[in-house]
Write a protein of this length. Sequence first.
Length: 557
Amino acid sequence: MTHPDPGSSRRRFLGLMGLGVAATTAGPLLAGCSEKPAGSGGAQQLDAVSDLLPTHKDLTGGVKPDIVGTRPVADGYTSYPATLVDAVSGKPGTSGKQVTAMTPAWGAAPPGIAQSAYLQAVNAELGTPVTFTIQDGVTYADKLNAMLSARDVPELLCVPGWEVEKIPRFAEAIKVLFEDLTDHLRGDAVDAYPMLASFPTGAWREAVWNERLVSVPNPTDSPFPWVLFTRKDLLDARGLAVPSNLDDLLTVAKQVTDPARKVWAFDDVFAMIQMFHRVPASKQGWRLRSDGTPEFKYETPEFRQALEVMARIYSDGLVHPDVVASRGADAKQLFAKNGAIVFKQDGMGMWQGAQAEHQKTNPTLNIQAVPVFSATGGDPLVWRADKPISYTFVRKGLGKDRVQELLRIINWCSAPLGSQEAQLRDFGVEGRHHTRSPNGPVKTDLAFKEIANQYFFISGRNPTIGPFPDTPRYVPDVLTYSNQMVRFLEKDPWDGVKLEMPAAYKANQVPTEDKFTDLLRGRRPMSDVDAIVAEWKAGGGEEARKLLADSLPKAAR
């Protein structure tokens, strides 16, 4: 199920392209005092790891979907099951020993266990208390890098899929710090954890590092890392249509921007502007030239066109000044609550959570997704992010009994729609965190305060979308958009290859993105593009190109 209050978490998990992540000049577990990250990276052909994976088994007695998604889009459910079942017999926790876990949250941090009726209720069902350290999702990379460098990790660690792409020598950190789960989960061994057995095999493939199964994936329910959302209620009030091309978008943006009324068109929408210009995004921005050699987005004419358009958006004053001034601006609040931003770039998960939370004070609120278009003619190019949202790692050296207890807890947290466990995980305690309605549970204000997907982020689940009784239009709207856009998903030439990018390349990603941010916001001239690209090439770009060329599947050569 799409996590209940995804907000910007979904955006950060599936599509963060360098914004809000601190740059590091050295990765974890690097020896000595080297200032330049070592490690040339590597590639693993995922088709070769099939014997390490759990045997897939569908759960019996599942709920039939109301709207079928075109894969990799998940199916949609518009109504909540009338009768719930127990997915797990007995309590998964048997030791009574506290479990330590670290997960991210965006916005205000939820209260700790002593002040949280939600955590207390779920822990009572688990039989063993889980104590969460909640870190700010915007700066989660800082904490991860510090934690891995210090070799001090909790028993359960959530690592966002996007973060994996940026941590230098992450595969080496795994060998030192995290448990090998292969023998616990491969083949029929996964039968002890039936919820985990139901996960898509493709997600499990991505959980393999160093030719071993070392994590539990959290499969995504949406292949779209970014969506451009609009406040359709505000457009309707002005008699304006949802834009269907770039000229329309920029025209409407100027019409709605009114600083005197504290309304601006955009937050930072650069990823969407790139997508509209068909900028490549495979493996963070790579594609193949006509001669079959790898080319990064910075080197393409499409990227330069997108730069020019986004720079003009900034110079025309169409971006909210709080966003221009600070990455810490709460753009979701400015968009969904205040209507101070009319078009917002975010992940799919923001949609339902923001609609549900803010329609309580604004009944006319209508958040909608703007279909992707091509600014250069032809079909649109839609970036894809169908890899797992996150991975849960188990600390090394805990012993067989403890590892199995932790896997049972993860299995409980992965219970599907229609189960008592899933309702408690997603909606908390009836009468406190949700009220019953004919269409299912409706979250209370206390739920929005205490439930921050804590257990979701140490587990996974078989992907589903909905149901959400407080936003009955959401599932039909999101499936209509998704089934339309899925036809245009970008083809990845390196599909089936798991890459550990060179350490220097990883460490240089955020500094390079920061240089382009300075350019977009007028702090550097557009004439600096060539110099920035040259610095990127020397700082690991050429090394990455060689790795990608060498690891290209034969079918793509």
